[in-house]
Design a protein around this ligand. Structure first.
Ligand code: MN
Length: 133
């Protein structure tokens, strides 16, 4: 199993935060700054998990999730783990994200320990000794 995480996020500060946090655990971060780029990368790159912002400059995160789930270019995207990262959990974003096909969600501001735990629940850290052969 690989350890490539695709983060679809238009906020550079969040992107940098997540990049540092995940690379410190041995993951490789692929970056998409808008929804359509994210869908395209999911279909063409080797991706093991997606972190998905909801408020994006082109199509929103719900639409990204729907397009990924229904991709005709790559059938494995049907079950690829998607973690939504929502700014407005109290406004129903989280429920909408799950309805659109995301597996779980986490709220902004991003908590690093929660991020590690959420990601590791799907994709083991390459640096975790218990996972090494
Ligand atoms: Mn955003």
């Amino acid at each position: 199993m690989g350890s490539n995480v695709l983060y679809i996020e238009d906020n550079p500060d969040n992107m940098m935060l997540v990049k540092r946090a995940l690379e410190s655990r041995g993951y490789k971060l692929l970056q998409a700054m808008d929804g359509l780029t994210g869908v395209n990368m999911a279909e063409t790159e080797e991706v093991d998990l997606i972190l998905l912002d909801i408020n994006l400059p082109d199509i929103d995160g719900y639409e990204v999730a729907r397009r990924i789930r229904s991709s005709e270019k790559k059938s494995s995207l049907t079950y690829l783990p998607i973690i939504a990262v929502t700014a407005n959990a109290l406004k129903g974003d989280a429920e909408k994200a799950v309805a659109a096909g995301c597996d779980v969600y986490m709220s902004k501001p991003i908590n690093i320990r929660e991020l590690w735990a959420r990601v590791e629940a799907f994709v083991p850290s390459p640096l975790n000794p218990s996972q090494k052969a």
